[in-house]
Structures are given as structure tokens and as C-alpha cells.
Design a protein around this ligand. Sequence first.
Ligand SMILES: Cc1cc2nc3c(=O)[nH]c(=O)nc-3n(C[C@H](O)[C@H](O)[C@H](O)COP(=O)(O)OP(=O)(O)OC[C@H]3O[C@@H](n4cnc5c(N)ncnc54)[C@H](O)[C@@H]3O)c2cc1C
Length: 477
Amino acid sequence: MSRIAVLGGGITGLTCACQLAQAGHEVIIYEKAAHTGGLAGSLVRGEFIFDFGPHEFCTENPTLMALLEDLLGDDLLVREKHAAQFFNGRFIDYPLSPLHVIQQLRPALVAKILSEVVLERFKSLVWSSSDHSFERWVASRFGPTLYETYFKPFTQKVWGIDPDHLDPRTASHRIAFNSIFDYVIKTFSYFFFHRNDFSSIHSPLKDKFYYSRRGIGTLTQSLAARCLELGVEFRCGYQVDRIDQQEGQAKALHFTNGETVRDFDYAVSTIPLSLLLGSLGHPVRELPIKFRSMVFVFLELPRAQMTPYSWIYYPDPEVIFQRSTDFALLDAGMCPAGQTGICLEISCFPEDEVWSWRDEQVLARVRRDLEQVGALPESVPCKGHVVRKQFIYPIQVTGYLEIVQELLKPVQQISNLVTTGRQGLYKYCNMNECMEMAIDVADQIEAEVGQFSYDLNSNWRGAGLEQERVIRAEGTG
Ligand SMILES: Cc1cc2nc3c(=O)[nH]c(=O)nc-3n(C[C@H](O)[C@H](O)[C@H](O)COP(=O)(O)OP(=O)(O)OC[C@H]3O[C@@H](n4cnc5c(N)ncnc54)[C@H](O)[C@@H]3O)c2cc1C
């Protein structure tokens, strides 16, 4: 039996703690916040329960599915997806069906886009192209016009950098189809033959997803409750600040509240990789990795719904938020009868103006934009809440996988320290992958591998880079 300190109590930390405690280890979770859950927690305000954006759970992994069923029982829900896009001044179903695109765009523009797609396809057949950037990956499959009018503005809004500086593996990983032809064929076979040919489990074209009753926080609360049953201890309000190491071993964890912990055999970190490296003595400002932050706005709306859609994307740069979510449409139990809770996500950096606006300013701007897009008149009274979170999207700049592989080296030199999860591995991934990573780390500790291995697989689908790159960085142990 080992004594294990888990740093961070998000879904990764909770899953890992649960697995380790089940195997008989003594586990303590150290969490900076006053409660566990992290990004997969819920915010409760009076009778309203809000998630931090829509959290659809998707998996095809039977182990994970069994765990989910076991944890949630009757609270496991299957939901239908009703998403939309605010496009050309109207709400239209998302993903865009070819018919909608044709209805929305001028015929001349449709003809231009189609001719570009055919030309790009022809070029790729004749010359072997290289997908060296996000822009090239998208433009060579969907044409420059569709890239400039649709993909570029939305990508820039979400990530906060010129898409030309994003790694093409981000596009390959997140866009569920490889070209317009691929999209048409896969959509057809999905809807008519129920065949899932999408490489991405989180494809926007899938119409169903798992959710937990009363919000995704129910899932992380169930995990925390299971941890408690298994004897895991919780230390909330513990922000790790410094880690002492000696002869390739982590020896002491120092927290900002003045506490120091020395009695552990392993430390599993799920805190942002930059913070972990900072705690090991690397100047955080000099690190070549950066997270995108987010201002979340939550509204208590005295109406059964804002629109008929569970969530809506807003690529228009004039609209301050990138997505809105309507929680009563995910589970009516998240709001008082006849009312709904709304979440608006504003992607930003802490140095951007919006981050330091007063809450009333943020609320006023959101209400103005909601009225302008025709979703909600400003005259409807709503109570609002604003929450800022710094670590949201690990920004996948060109070559980020190799950068992360390099940054992991000092961690690998410490044989009893392992980093994992979305923040810990700087991996733009979903809850299911976080849980899989957590289970993998618990298995490695249980098996006393001596060397932790990291799978930074990017599911690359493109040309000019190594195919299906799997980087396994071995620890020194
Ligand atoms: C807007 C949005 C929408 C999303 N939608 C989906 C979706 O539809 N489906 C899906 O599957 N996933 C979705 N995700 C992703 C999902 O939320 C994350 O992948 C997952 O919650 C990450 O879990 P984690 O435990 O790795 O990280 P986190 O949840 O960030 O947990 C890390 C924990 O570490 C703590 N911590 C940080 N620093 C310290 C420190 N120094 N000391 C101690 N503790 C510290 C934090 O407080 C936090 O609790 C979404 C995420 C966002 C932001």
C-alpha cells in the first residue's frame, strides 16, 4: 500500500483517487478551491444549477461506461443534441446541413466555395500537399473562402491567436471530417445506416450524449462521494506552491496556506502543467505554453427557455460570447419550474479588458449582445453571476506536442511524480479522456512500473507530418 497525494480535485484527480483507493492505497486530494469538481463541477445559485458550458459526456469505452453507470445509476441521462449556430443573422441548426448552407448563402458564393473545394481536391490529387498549419489543413479541405468566412473568425475568437499559428493537429483532432466529401459521405452513413465513421467521439454530428441529472457536477460529486466511501481524504483550500525534490524524488509539497506535506510515496499532479513546472522552480512566464481563459456569465431567466436550442455557437466577432447554453433543455431539474439558467462563455486572456471589467459591465454587454442577436430582449429582468477561470484551453500553437514532450523532461526526472489530465498534460481533451488518463496513471502506480509513460497521441489526419503520431515519453524511474 502506498501513500499518494493527488494535486487537484477535478474529474481527473477524483477518478485517479477513486481507482487508487479501490486498489487499497491511502489517498489524499489537495485542491486549491473550496470544493472539488474543477471545470466539470456545477455552480449552484439558489434554485439554479449551472455548468461551466455544456458538458456532454461521450464515450465508446466499455470500462468507462460501466463506471458511469455504477456511479450515476438513475441519474445517468441520455440527451438529444439540439445545437445551433448564429450565422448570417439567424439561428440555424448545427452542424450546418448542406441544404442550410445553400439557403443561407448567396448562390454566387455557394458556387465559389464549391469550385474552390473541387480545385483544392484536384490539387491534392496532383501534388502531395503539406498541412503545415491549421490554416492550410482547413483551407486545403474546405477552400479559402469557407476558411476566411467561417473557420478563421470562430477559431480566432475561441483561441485568441491567428489560426495560422495553431498546430494543424488541432484541426485534425477537432474537425470530425476530413473534407466536404468526407462530411457528406459520413453524415449519410451515420443517419441512414447508423454507422459511426467519425474518428472523433465528440463529433458534432452525433445526436445523443450522456449527461447527469442536475448537471455535470452530479458526476463529479458522485466520484467524490465514492472516494469518501473508499477512505480518500480531502484537503480543500490547499494550493500547491513549491515541490522540493532530492535525488530524483519529490520530497515535500508546500502549500500557499503554509502547510507542508512530506508523508507521501507518489504525487499525482492534475494542476496546469505550467504551474507544476513553476512549483519545480521553472519561471512560468518563460514557458512556451499558455492557457486561454474564460469569463462565464450565468443568467437566471424567468422563462422556460431562451431559444429552442440547448446550445448555440456565435462565430461573429462582434458578439462577445462564443456560445450560450440553456440548462432547462438539458435537465429541467436544474432550474425552478418554468424558468431556465443560461451560460455565456467569453474566451479571453487575463490581460484583455473584459477580464477586468466589473461584473455589471460584463452583464450589461452580454445583455446588449443577446438582444442584438435576437435571443433575449434586454427588458426581461434576469439575475446574473460572473465567474472568471484562468485555465481553460491549452493553446495548441504549432509544434505544441514536441514542446510539451520537452517540458515533461524535468517531471520525468522525478520518479515518484506524474502529471496527467487536461491541464496536467496540456491536452485539449474532454472528460472521458481525462478519466481514461486517470485510470491509466492509477494502473501504472498499481503495477509499480517505475517509469511513467505519457501518451500524447494527437490522432493526426493529414499530410506532410508523421502519420498517427504517438509520442511516448519514458520516465527515468
Ligand atoms: C466551456 C467548456 C466546455 C466543455 N465541454 C465539454 C463537453 O461537452 N464534454 C466533455 O467531455 N468535456 C468538456 N469540457 C472539458 C472538461 O471540462 C475537462 O476536460 C475536464 O473537466 C478537465 O478535468 P481536469 O481534472 O483535468 O482539470 P480541471 O477540471 O481544471 O481540474 C484541475 C483542478 O486542479 C485545481 N488546481 C489548480 N491549481 C492548483 C494548485 N496549484 N494546487 C492545487 N489544486 C490546483 C483546480 O482548482 C481544479 O479543481 C469542457 C470544458 C470547458 C471549459
